[in-house]
Design a protein around this ligand. Structure first.
Ligand code: XIL
Length: 316
C-alpha cells in the first residue's frame, strides 16, 4: 500500500501507540511497510509529554519519531493545544492570563523545538470550535481569551518556521456550521498573516451512517481554494456489533470512496487512519456496541478495507 501511495503522491498514515510499537514485532513491521506517515496517538499530548511543570517526558515520543526516521515516514505531531488529556498542574493551577499564556508558549516552544526538522506537520489546535460554529468553551478559551488560537499558531511557527501548521477538528467534514466557522477562521488568519497551512478533518465515522462524500469533497475543495492543505487526520469507520461480512464489505467501500475522493482533490495530501489493527483501537472504549473500525484485524490480517485501498491506489 505504501509504495502505491507514494506513486500516487499521497501520504497514507496511521496513529501509533507506544506499547505495541515497542513490544510487538509484527506491529512495527506492518507499520513501516504499509504506511509513510505516523501520528502519535497519545504520547505527544500535554499530560504525557509535560506531566509536571518542570518536567517533560520525551521518551515515548522520541521512540516514535526515531522509528519514523528509520522507516522514512513523515511525522504529524498531535497535538499542542487541546482541552482534553491535560495534566492536573495545568487545569488546577493558579493562573492569570499572562502566566498561562507564558506557560503555553513555553510548552509549545519546548515540544515543537525538540522535534524541529523531524515533525513535518503539527495539529496546533485541536477541537477548538463547537457544533454551532462558536469557539468551544474550553479551559484555554476561558483563561486566555479569544486570540489563543492564533497565538498558538504564532508560537508554533516561531519554534519551527518550516513546520506546516494545522487546525484539527471532528464533525467538520461536510459543509456545516462547524466547517463554515473553520473556513472563515482560516481565511481570516491567512488575510492577517497568521501562520496556518492546513486543516485536519478527523473523520471518526460509522459504517451504518457515513457522511455524504460529495459534501466532504466540496468542503475540501473550498479549503484548497484558500491555498490550504487538507489532511484526513483520524479516519476510522466503526461497525455496529454484531460485525458481519456484509458490514466489512460496506466498510471497505467507504474507505475506498474516501481515498478516491481525496485523490481527486489536490489539496487532500494525506489520509491517516486512527490506528491500523483492530487489536489496538480506541473505539471499543469510547463507543458502546461499536468495533472493528480499522483496516487490519486483530490477527494483523488485512481486511476487505485494506484490499480496497490497495485496489484504488493501483488504478492508473
Ligand atoms: C484518543 C486516543 O485514541 C485514546 O487512546 C485516548 O484515550 C483518547 O484520545 N480526537 C482526537 C484524538 O483528536 O486525540 C483522540 O484520541 C480521538 C478523538
Amino acid at each position: 500500500m505504501r509504495q502505491l501511495a507514494e506513486r500516487r503522491d499521497i501520504h497514507i498514515g496511521a496513529a501509533v501507540a507506544y506499547e505495541p510499537l515497542a513490544q510487538e514485532q509484527l506491529y512495527a513491521q506492518i507499520l513501516g511497510k504499509e504506511f509513510n506517515l505516523l501520528t502519535p496517538e497519545n504520547v505527544m499530548k500535554f499530560e504525557l509529554i509535560h506531566p509536571d511543570p518542570e518536567r517533560y517526558d520525551f521518551l515515548a515520543a522520541d521512540f516514535l519519531v526515531d522509528f519514523a526516521k528509520e522507516n522514512a515516514m513523515r511525522v504529524h505531531g498531535h497535538t499542542l493545544v487541546w482541552h482534553q488529556q491535560l495534566p492536573g498542574w495545568v487545569v488546577n493551577g493558579k493562573w492569570n492570563r499572562d502566566t498561562l499564556a507564558e506557560a503555553l508558549q513555553a510548552h509549545i516552544a519546548a515540544v515543537v523545538g525538540r522535534y524541529r526538522g523531524r515533525v513535518a506537520t503539527w495539529d496546533v489546535v485541536n477541537e477548538g470550535i463547537d457544533e454551532n460554529g462558536a469557539l468551544r468553551q474550553t479551559f484555554w478559551l476561558k483563561n486566555l481569551g479569544e486570540d489563543y488560537i492564533e497565538q498558538a499558531f504564532r508560537w508554533a511557527h516561531s519554534a519551527d518556521p518550516e513546520a506546516l501548521l494545522f487546525y484539527n477538528d471532528y464533525g467538520a467534514e461536510e459543509i456545516n456550521r462547524k466547517s463554515d466557522a473553520i473556513y472563515q477562521m482560516a481565511q481570516e488568519f491567512l488575510k492577517r498573516g497568521v501562520p496556518i497551512h492546513g486543516i485536519g478533518l478527523q473523520m471518526h465515522i460509522t459504517e451504518d451512517n457515513p457522511p455524504d462524500l460529495e459534501k466532504v469533497q466540496r468542503n475540501i475543495h473550498r479549503l484548497g481554494e484558500l491555498g490550504l492543505i487538507v489532511h484526513i487526520t483520524e479516519l476510522d469507520i466503526r461497525i455496529r456489533e454484531p460485525v458481519s461480512k456484509a458490514k466489512l464489505d460496506h466498510q471497505a467501500e467507504i474507505y475506498g470512496a474516501i481515498l478516491k475522493m481525496c485523490l481527486e482533490e489536490p489539496a487532500c495530501q494525506a489520509i491517516v487512519i486512527w490506528g491500523f489493527t483492530d487489536k489496538y483501537s480506541w473505539i471499543p472504549y469510547f463507543f458502546e456496541h461499536y468495533n472493528d473500525a480499522l483496516i487490519f484485524d486483530r490477527e494483523y490480517q488485512p481486511k476487505p478495507a485494506y484490499l480496497e485501498l490497495v485496489e484504488i491506489l493501483s488504478e492508473p
